[in-house]
Ligand binder design. Structure first.
Ligand SMILES: [Zn+2]
Length: 436
């Protein structure tokens, strides 16, 4: 391979050793804090992002409307009644309906998977609270979330189809502390909407042991959630205009909203900070990029994924000009693998990118690049994805919980990730070929 251009090596080094991403993340989490869709925190985050993009030297800085569904958590009480009384630590799932007419009290029945739940007889489930006991494995690639996130999302409706009146799930998380993890659910229109919450891992384990012993277990759930209603959020966009290939767009995004329960440091303040810092570094290069770099901070990823959908709709006519889309939504983890569109894996561009990332301990992954929640809708419009898979070993101790704060971010990992994203984005905006 030809000797790599010096400016790319310099950029990689500067992003690794001299990144401002952690400072940006500190500013976002200290000065804005939680920024759940529809809250004053979200509005403050949009104002913060506009200012941060201008300070980063981006051009065409603007907001774009994202119609959004809004939801409020309200009070939440989950209590063990039988065989003994104890208040448990739980968090309502995003989008849950409230309990009506005071607390819901019912016997609990357990399933360990959706398949097991589906096979249960209606008589065992009717009138009861279903508890789904899934212990998420701690894995570098975070794939335990594929199963866990899905059963949290659809479990309530699957239980309701068998007549359940409430739904509990062990937090989709990898730690053993008494901190619950929230997350969105989705109700199936064909089933009754039942209240749903996540128990912190140890309290889920307690429930599992009590139920395994065969004795009847009764619980109370009292959720004061305010149901979904229509509202408005905003995507925030900024650009580094290209030169000879300016009509081609490389999109790099993260989501600006966060859950209400933490400060959104790893999910997804880290991604926002990296996107802004990558934009700043590329805007500050002596030579402008050939393609246009567009930085997007998406609204409402956590509950409804509305921001990514709004972007894809608003930019449908220029989808064909997007030559690559990347997303950072795996926290502060140092990347360990690069994924490109499968049919371009052996291309000179993929090899060049892999060689540039190898000193950061990143390997070329044999799989297909999949994008993420926010850029996902662009995939249906033919936009190729490029992924950096970040180490998720610690991520699921933090995301969607009160643990998601700056103190749990590892600056060195965040800098390694920023360097990888900066290098990848810089090459995508400047190389002769594309992954289309
Ligand atoms: Zn996220």
């Amino acid at each position: 391979m030809a000797k790599e251009e010096q400016w790319l090596l310099d950029l990689r080094g500067a992003a690794r050793g001299d990144s401002r991403a952690h400072d940006l993340l500190r500013s976002l989490t200290d000065e804005v804090g939680p920024r759940f869709s529809g809250t004053p925190g979200e509005a403050a985050a949009v104002a913060w992002a506009l200012e941060a993009m201008k300070r980063a030297g981006l051009a065409n800085v603007r907001t774009e409307l994202s119609p959004t569904v809004l939801w409020e958590r309200g009070t939440e009480r989950v209590e063990l009644l039988t065989p003994r009384r104890e208040r448990l630590v739980a968090s309502a799932l995003g989008g849950s309906v409230p309990t009506v007419g005071g607390a819901l009290e019912a016997q609990v029945v357990e399933a360990s998977s959706l398949e097991e739940l589906d096979r249960m007889e209606r008589a065992r489930v009717e009138g009861r609270i279903v508890y789904l006991h899934y212990v998420m494995p701690r894995l570098r690639d975070g794939t335990g979330y594929n199963t866990g996130g899905w059963l949290r999302t659809v479990g309530a409706s699957r239980a309701a189809k068998l007549g359940a009146v409430g739904f509990l799930v062990r937090s989709i998380a990898t730690h053993g502390m008494r901190v619950p993890h929230t997350g969105a659910l989705h109700y199936d229109g064909a089933a009754a909407k039942i209240p749903a919450a996540a128990l912190c891992p140890p309290d889920g384990d307690l429930l599992h042991r009590l139920l395994s012993s065969g004795q009847p277990v009764r619980m109370a759930m009292d959720l004061g959630c305010r149901p979904l209603h229509a509202g408005e959020s905003f995507n925030v966009l900024g650009e580094v205009p290209g030169t000879d290939l300016a009509d081609q767009i490389v999109l790099f995004g993260a989501h600006l909203d966060s859950w209400d329960v933490g400060r959104g440091a790893v999910d997804d303040g880290a991604g926002c900070a990296m996107a802004l810092e990558v934009g700043r570094m590329i805007a500050a290069l002596p030579k402008r990029p050939r393609r246009t770099l567009r930085i997007a901070l998406f609204a409402n990823e956590e509950l409804g994924a509305a921001g990514g959908g709004a972007y894809a709709n608003a930019h449908a006519d220029e989808a064909g000009r997007h030559v690559a889309a990347m997303e950072a939504d795996q926290g502060d983890g140092a990347p360990w693998a690069l994924r490109v569109p499968e049919h371009r894996r052996d291309s000179p561009a993929a090899k060049r990118l892999a060689a540039l990332l190898a000193p950061l301990d990143i390997v070329l992954d044999p799989g297909q690049a999949r994008g993420g929640v926010d850029i996902g809708p662009l995939g249906g419009r033919g936009v190729p994805f490029v992924d950096l898979r970040q180490d998720a070993t610690r991520y699921f101790d933090l995301q969607h919980s009160a643990n998601d704060v700056l103190e749990n971010v590892v600056k060195d990992d965040l800098d390694a990730a920023t360097a990888a994203f900066a290098t990848t984005v810089a090459l995508l905006t400047n190389m002769d070929e594309s992954f289309r």
